[in-house]
Write a protein that binds this ligand. Structure first.
Ligand code: CA
Length: 227
């Protein structure tokens, strides 16, 4: 192995997570662990990994939902792990784009073999999908360009990051504190009013003049983008 391949384990059972970590580190992988679905998803958005081991029954956001969201903009190999032998979970997992599926308890050798296979397959794949779509709103993370239909929208860096975060989390209401933390950063001393101001700019740019609005205010909770 010339460079260490990074694997993220999203698993709420700490003993299993720790066990997997030890085994994977022993195999030469670099390993990170998250214990709930939301943190896992955020980790995936903020760092790059070569593979995700994703438990299905997770607090925060289920593994299936995490996988669905990963697939909105990434082809990273995902191996789902579950305690349930439930066939519907398996079918659903594969339907929403998981690469493989393993029922606990499993033999570590089998998991390692599947990880190697998934990483091998991925090497021959096309690069990551750079576009996030919500309705006819298209955000390209690589070119940093945004289109509503065929019309290009000009955004400032902050507006872009705000829109990107909301689009990645399509359908989830995000409160102002979360937006402040994710887009402005934890140590940025500004008030949540700035969030409202930027939301207003953003709404003006992406929704105004269109019959169909994507950016919604959920009074008392926050903001959400949905088609
Ligand atoms: Ca679990």
């Amino acid at each position: 192995m010339n460079k260490q391949e990074k694997i993220l384990i999203v698993e709420d059972e700490l003993k299993i997570a720790r066990f997997l970590e030890l085994e994977l580190v022993h195999e030469g992988y670099e390993v990170s662990i998250e214990n709930n679905g939301l943190d896992g998803l955020q980790k995936i958005q903020n760092e790059s990994f070569e593979l995700i081991l994703l438990d299905i029954m997770l607090p925060g956001l289920s593994g299936l939902e995490v996988c669905r969201r990963i697939r909105k903009n990434s082809k990273i190999p995902v191996i789902m792990l579950t305690a349930k032998g439930d066939i519907t979970d398996k079918v659903m997992g594969l339907d929403i784009g998981a690469d493989d599926y393993l029922t606990k308890p499993f033999e570590i050798e089998e998991l390692l073999a599947r990880i190697r296979a998934a990483l091998r397959r991925n090497k021959t794949n096309e690069p990551e999908i750079d576009e996030i779509l919500v309705g006819d709103l298209i955000l390209n993370r690589k070119t940093r360009r945004i289109f509503r239909g065929t019309v290009e929208i000009e955004l400032t860096k902050r507006e872009f990051e705000l829109l990107e975060f909301l689009m990645i989390n399509e359908g989830i209401v995000i409160n102002r504190e979360q937006l402040l933390e994710k887009v402005w950063g934890r140590r940025y001393y500004t008030s949540t009013n700035s969030v409202d101001v930027y939301i207003r700019y953003l709404r003006e740019k992406i929704d105004s003049g269109h019959k169909k609005k994507y950016l919604h205010t959920v009074r008392g909770f926050g903001y959400v983008i949905r088609a």
